[in-house]
Structures are given as structure tokens and as C-alpha cells.
Design a protein around this ligand. Structure first.
Ligand code: SF4
Length: 333
């Protein structure tokens, strides 16, 4: 599967083709971004459509836990677009005039846990999305402990028919003590086993990490990157921890036992991770888009463009790129 993503081990600093390949981008090849990957794969611009299928999460409905992860907001980090149907959400998105020059879409089941429902319900939801012209595949946000054989078989079937199927699995940290602290309700080995099964099913796997979790140091975050880099994954989604109103994290912040990362700290931590993952992985996201109405802290996260620019500028300063320390020998950096 790694081969199929086009492993690039060459340093971008030595690549004379960088600028041409990235259509004049001033930041050629420092990391492998999703837009470029999709353009390589399909030959045109492809966008993800965020969807809310109105599902739940076993970490909130009492099956595993009742209060959710300590940072989880009431929308399950999603769009809140349910109860509009999947078709309505997709057609509304496609009809927006700003979507000109787009050749196709991936339906992104984002909110809550999108493999947590009876298989007949899941099939109906996925099929509704796939039946709309222009939908080229699915991105399914889920937890590693919600991947039964039935849903794996269904997704394997879609992948074998040539659809692009990304499984976006939350991990957040590879340290069990952190996973316990943030109330994830699963451990690292559950993620490892799920990743191996999903890879065997022919799915593309994107791991979600959060930087700046309570109790974690720079070394914890680097170690998470080292541990995941040996797994059969294909993509990474990163963001810094942000505190949302009404969450357990808000209480922890108020009592003074947690301090969010500064933008500079986040930028260096994100680059530390990028340096340690394989150069073939596709970077889906490097920062998040919190809702300003519910964000408590840190406010710098509201300026997504500034954060991305700072990461690219700092990579230039550090003379580094995605995969520079892969496989990591605990060297400099
Ligand atoms: S797994 Fe996701 S939806 Fe479930 S409690 Fe945690 S953050 Fe919320």
C-alpha cells in the first residue's frame, strides 16, 4: 500500500522539480498535503464535504463512557448539520458558487463515530452519499474500537470497486496514561490492531493526533510520532488542543492546572511530528478550525492561515521536511 501512495524519500531541498510539480507553490514538497495528493490521484481538484450523519459515540452514550473525551464538545467535533439528510447536506455544499473548478468530492462523515450503528443503517448512509454524481469516495471518522467485521467487509467491498475510502481513526496520543487522562476509553494497542485490520482490508488510514494534551511534554509528542510511524498508515491529521465551552477541559483550564500551547510551541511540535512520519503519508490537516463562539482558548487557533504559514516558515528556518527523521534514530531535532 505504501508503494501505491508514491513513496518520496528525496529531500525537497535537492529537488529541482519541486516548484513545477506544485504548480508554483512557494512551499514545494515540505510536506505531502491532501490537495496535492488528490490532484495526483484524480487529475483534478477534489474536495471533502463535511457531513453529520446524526450518529452517536460509545464514549458518550454510556456504552464505554457517558461524558466523552475531556475536550469533546456537544457536537462531537462535527458540523451539527443533522437532521438534514446526507443528500441534502452534499447537494447544499456542491451548490455553493465558491466550489468552481472542483472535479469531484469525497463525502466526509465527520461528526461523532461514523461506524457506530447497525450495519444496515451504515450501508444506507454511505450508499446515499456514493449515489450522488461527483462523489468519488468516503472519509469516515471513527474510533479504533468501533470497527466490527461487518463494517470492515462493507468498506473493503467499496475499496475493491475502486472507490477511495479513507478511514480517519482518532488516536490523539500513543501513550496509554494520556489516553486514560483524556478519557478516550481505548488504549494504543486497540489502535494498532485496528490499523492492521483496516490496512489488510485495502483501506487508506488517516490517524488523528492532538498536540498539547494535558500532562504531555515535547518528548511525549515525538514518541507518539515514532510509535505510529511504524504502523501501516497512510495519512495524518494534526491539531493543537483547544478548549471549548462546557467541556471538562474548560474546568481544568479554570482551575489553573493546564496551560494551552502557544502558537510557537505548537508550530515546533507539529514539525517534530512531521519529521518523524514516513514521507509517503498524506497530511490531511495541520491545524483546526474551532468555532469562535464556543472557543475558550487559545485564541491564536482562530487564524488558521497564520498557523499554516508559521509552520511552513519554521520548516524553512529549521531546514527540515516531512520524513527527515524517519525512521527515527532519536537523533537531533
Ligand atoms: S470519540 Fe470523538 S465523539 Fe466520542 S467522546 Fe471522544 S471526541 Fe467525542
Amino acid at each position: 500500500m505504501k508503494e501505491s501512495l508514491g513513496l518520496q524519500s528525496q529531500s525537497p531541498w535537492n529537488s529541482p522539480r519541486g516548484t513545477e510539480e506544485t504548480h508554483g507553490s512557494p512551499f514545494p514538497g515540505w510536506y505531502r498535503d491532501l490537495n496535492s495528493f488528490l490532484r495526483e490521484r484524480f487529475g483534478f481538484k477534489v474536495q471533502k464535504i463535511p457531513l453529520d450523519a446524526g450518529l452517536s459515540c460509545p464514549n458518550r452514550d454510556g456504552t464505554i463512557g457517558s461524558h466523552g473525551c475531556i475536550y469533546c464538545d456537544s457536537k462531537g467535533s462535527g458540523t451539527g448539520a443533522a437532521p438534514r439528510t446526507i443528500s441534502q447536506q452534499i447537494l447544499d455544499y456542491i451548490s455553493k458558487p465558491r466550489k468552481a473548478n472542483v472535479g469531484g468530492y469525497l463525502a466526509y462523515f465527520q461528526s461523532f463515530t461514523n461506524t457506530y450503528a447497525p450495519i444496515s443503517k451504515l450501508e444506507e448512509l454511505y450508499q446515499e452519499a456514493l449515489s450522488i454524481p461527483g462523489i468519488l469516495g468516503l472519509c469516515i471518522g471513527t474510533r479504533p474500537d468501533c470497527l466490527g467485521e461487518d463494517v470492515m467487509a462493507l468498506l473493503r467491498d467499496y475499496a475493491s470497486r475502486g472507490l477511495m475510502i479513507w478511514l480517519e481513526m482518532g488516536l490523539q496520543s500513543a501513550h496509554d496514561e494520556t489516553l486514560l487522562r483524556i478519557r478516550r476509553g481505548h488504549d494504543f494497542s486497540t489502535f494498532q490492531k485496528a490499523a492492521i485490520r483496516a490496512e489488510r482490508a485495502g483501506l487508506l488510514i488517516c490517524v488523528h493526533l492532538i498536540l498539547g494534551l494535558p500532562g504531555e511534554t515535547t518528548e511525549h509528542m515525538r514518541e507518539t510520532a515514532r510509535r505510529i510511524s511504524s504502523l501501516p498508515l497512510h495519512g495524518l491529521k494534526l491539531h493543537g488542543l483547544y478548549v471549548v465551552k462546557g467541556t471538562e477541559m474548560e474546568r481544568i483550564l479554570e482551575e489553573g492546572s493546564y496551560e494551552p500551547l502557544t502558537m510557537e510551541e505548537y508550530v515546533d511540535a507539529a514539525i517534530d511530528v512531521l519529521e518523524r512520519i514516513p514521507p509517503s503519508w498524506v497530511v490531511h490537516r495541520l491545524t483546526s478550525d474551532p468555532d469562535p463562539r464556543s472557543l475558550v482558548s487559545p485564541s491564536w487557533m482562530l487564524d488558521k492561515g497564520k498557523v499554516i504559514h508559521a509552520i511552513k516558515a519554521r520548516m524553512l528556518e529549521r531546514r527540515t521536511w516531512q520524513g527527515r527523521l524517519f525512521p527515527d534514530s532519536r537523533g537531533p531535532g
